[in-house]
Design a protein. Structure first.
Length: 187
């Protein structure tokens, strides 16, 4: 049975599911404005200095696979239409580069400023982690805050906790789009 998390709550994935290695991270959202909104999911694979070790440790719609091959983005959904996960990421935890201490999942609205779009025009945004081996959901975090005026959200992170992997629900909104985070996390 999946655990529903609140903002800032964590779960030790490895203790919850012993032997967990192949995970699927699904993210979804619905627009509530009547206009199509193109959200993009990115993964920043950060070292102990909170920087990406190399360009290949930033996974997004133009770089679908991490340099170490452990993180694979399944492609860009331009509209978010339909039920379930709008974008998804597959991760093989045992193959994550040893320099990587955490993987931050970010949702940004493509061309938000030019289109006058923000997270207040979205609803039902979530991130969930599945055990890919049996398709069972391990945990889920649904955004409940009103992020009106913000174009980006750091929605969750998977991080090392000793020899285990854990997940934290973040829900941290910001403005400046993907470029702001690339500048922040670029080594």
């Amino acid at each position: 049975m999946a655990i529903n998390l609140q903002k800032s709550q964590s779960i030790n994935l490895t203790k919850e599911v012993p032997g967990l290695n192949h995970i699927f991270v699904g993210l979804g959202w619905d627009e509530n404005s009547g206009q199509p909104i193109d959200c993009d999911v990115s993964v920043f694979m950060l070292n102990d200095s909170h920087k990406i070790p190399t360009e290949g440790h930033f996974v997004f719609f133009n770089n679908l696979t991490s340099a170490c091959g452990s993180v694979q983005h399944q492609g860009d959904n331009l509209t978010g239409e339909g039920d379930g996960d709008d974008e998804s990421i597959f991760i093989k935890l045992s193959e994550v580069d040893s320099r990587v201490e955490q993987m931050i999942f970010v949702v940004t609205i493509h061309d938000a400023e030019q289109r006058g779009q923000h997270f207040g025009l979205l609803e039902n945004a979530f991130i969930r982690v599945y055990n890919q081996d049996n398709n069972e959901e391990v945990c889920m975090y649904s955004l409940e805050e009103d992020f009106d005026g913000y174009d980006s959200v750091q929605i969750g992170r998977i991080y090392r906790e000793g020899s285990s992997w854990a997940f934290e629900a973040m829900g941290s909104a910001f403005s400046g789009g993907l470029g702001a985070l690339v500048e922040l996390y670029h080594g």
